[in-house]
Design a protein around this ligand. Structure first.
Ligand SMILES: [Zn+2]
Length: 126
């Protein structure tokens, strides 16, 4: 397409009053929250009620870290991470680790995946 001169207005803009609002603006006073946001939804809270019991049971059942076999296990780790769809209440998807090992697993995802402490999302559920 060949570009020529910019379009020129043939009729001048009309002078007059600006267009009037037909619907009134809603007052902003009702936009404030009455109650603060809940830290967890009711659905999440129900999951965590089950989870807390499971964590206590698992840590009592497996008191030694499953990675270093040296320290006391304090964390329940999901090799198929929550962000990748792990069920936090499935004991078969949980591993008991000490704090240092758990930190290492999440600080070194590539090495942890190679050692089997993390399961990629594309691998089939076991
Ligand atoms: Zn450990």
């Amino acid at each position: 397409m060949k570009r020529g001169n910019p379009l020129a207005r043939r009729t001048p803009l009309k002078q007059g009053k600006p267009p009037e609002r037909k619907t009134p603006l809603k007052s902003a006073s009702n936009l404030e929250r009455r109650a603060p946001l809940k830290p967890r939804s009711k659905k999440q809270e129900a999951k965590y009620r089950v989870r807390r019991v499971l964590v206590a049971e698992l840590l009592a059942e497996r008191p030694v870290c499953e990675r270093c076999h040296a320290a006391r296990s304090t964390d329940v780790h999901e090799p198929r991470m929550r962000s990748r769809g792990a069920d936090i209440n499935d004991p078969d998807q949980c591993v008991c680790l000490c704090r240092d090992c758990h930190r290492w697993v999440h600080d070194h995802p590539a090495a942890a995946t190679a050692e089997g402490w993390l399961i990629p999302s594309w691998e089939a559920a076991s």
